[in-house]
Design a protein around this ligand. Structure first.
Ligand SMILES: [Ca+2]
Length: 265
C-alpha cells in the first residue's frame, strides 16, 4: 500500500482554510478490507494539534468505503482552519497513516509521503510571514488649564496590518524637536496610558524628551487589534500654541518670567 498526502491549497492568514488530499493505493495483489485512515497535524515549530477530521471521497474502482481492490485508489480530504498561532509558527505539517487488513487477517499500513518519491516524508504547508505596521498620531484640541499652561492629549494608534503577531514592540515618541527651543516644565510630568498591546504598559520613565521609549516590557501587537497610547501633556505657554495649531510658531519667548509664572501656580 502506498499513501500520499498532497497539499491542495492554503491561505496566509488566520481563518483561512488549508485543504489536503490523502490517497492510498493498493499496490498488492489481494483485496484489502477495514481500510482506515488516521491523521496527525502539527505546527512547523513542533506543537502537536488536534487531529483534523478526514472525509472519505471515493474509491477509484467503486469498491465500498473500507475496501480496496488491487490497484484501486482510495481518497480522503482534510480541511483545517488556520489559527494565528499556526501563522506565527510559519505553517503546519500534516501526515496520515492508512491501515488495512489482508484476506488472511494480517494488518498492513503505510505512513504518508508528500509526493510518492520518498518513503514517508510529512507534507509541509509553510506560510510566509507578511509583517506590516501602520502608526497614526493625532492630537485633540488643546485647552487652556491656566493662563500659563495648556493641556494637550496625543493619541498614537498602532495597527498590525500584517499576518503575524508582532513581538518586541518599541514605540518612540520624541517631542524635544517639536517643543524646541522651549522645554517642558518638570513640575508637569507627562501622563501616559497604554491599551491594546498584549502585556504592554507605559514606560514609567518616559518623559518625551530625554527618555523617548513609551512602552515598557517591549510588548506584542496582535494582528487586527490596535494598540493605543494616550499621552497627556501640560505645556507651558506660549509654546503650547504650536501644539494647538500645528503651524509655524513665532519665535519662542524664552522668558525667565514665564518659568516663574508657571511655577507660581
Ligand atoms: Ca510511506
Amino acid at each position: 500500500m502506498l499513501v500520499i498526502k498532497h497539499l491542495d491549497s492554503i491561505g496566509n492568514a488566520a481563518g483561512d482554510t488549508a485543504v489536503f488530499t490523502i490517497t492510498a493505493t493498493n499496490t498488492g495483489n489481494v483485496v484489502l478490507r477495514t481500510v482506515a485512515v488516521a491523521d496527525t497535524m502539527s505546527r512547523l515549530d513542533g506543537f502537536v494539534l488536534a487531529s483534523p477530521a478526514t472525509v472519505f471521497q471515493s474509491n477509484s474502482a467503486g469498491s465500498p468505503e473500507g475496501t480496496l481492490a488491487p490497484a484501486e485508489v482510495a481518497s480522503w480530504t482534510v480541511q483545517y482552519v488556520l489559527t494565528q498561532e499556526d501563522i506565527d509558527a510559519g505553517g503546519i505539517s500534516n501526515q496520515a497513516v492508512v491501515s488495512a487488513k489482508t484476506p488472511v487477517g494480517a494488518t498492513i499500513s503505510d505512513v504518508s509521503d508528500d509526493n510518492g518519491s520518498g518513503d514517508s516524508d510529512p507534507t509541509l504547508a509553510p506560510i510566509g510571514a507578511i509583517p506590516g505596521m501602520a502608526v497614526v498620531k493625532s492630537v485633540n484640541t488643546p485647552r487652556i488649564l491656566f493662563p500659563t499652561v495648556e493641556q494637550a492629549t496625543f493619541t498614537i494608534t498602532v495597527r498590525n496590518t500584517g499576518n503575524i503577531t508582532e513581538t518586541g514592540l518599541g514605540l518612540v515618541d520624541d517631542l524635544a524637536a517639536f517643543l524646541a527651543p522651549a522645554t517642558l516644565d518638570p513640575d508637569y510630568p507627562v501622563t501616559v496610558g497604554v491599551t491594546g498591546f498584549g502585556a504592554g504598559t507605559a514606560n514609567p520613565a518616559y518623559d518625551g524628551t530625554a527618555v523617548t521609549q513609551v512602552l515598557a516590557a517591549m510588548p506584542r501587537c496582535n494582528r487586527g487589534k490596535p494598540g493605543r497610547c494616550r499621552s497627556r501633556w501640560l505645556i507651558p505657554l506660549p509654546w503650547a500654541h504650536r501644539a494647538a495649531r500645528i503651524s509655524p510658531a513665532p519665535p519662542p519667548e524664552k522668558s525667565p518670567r514665564l518659568r516663574r509664572r508657571t511655577r507660581s501656580l
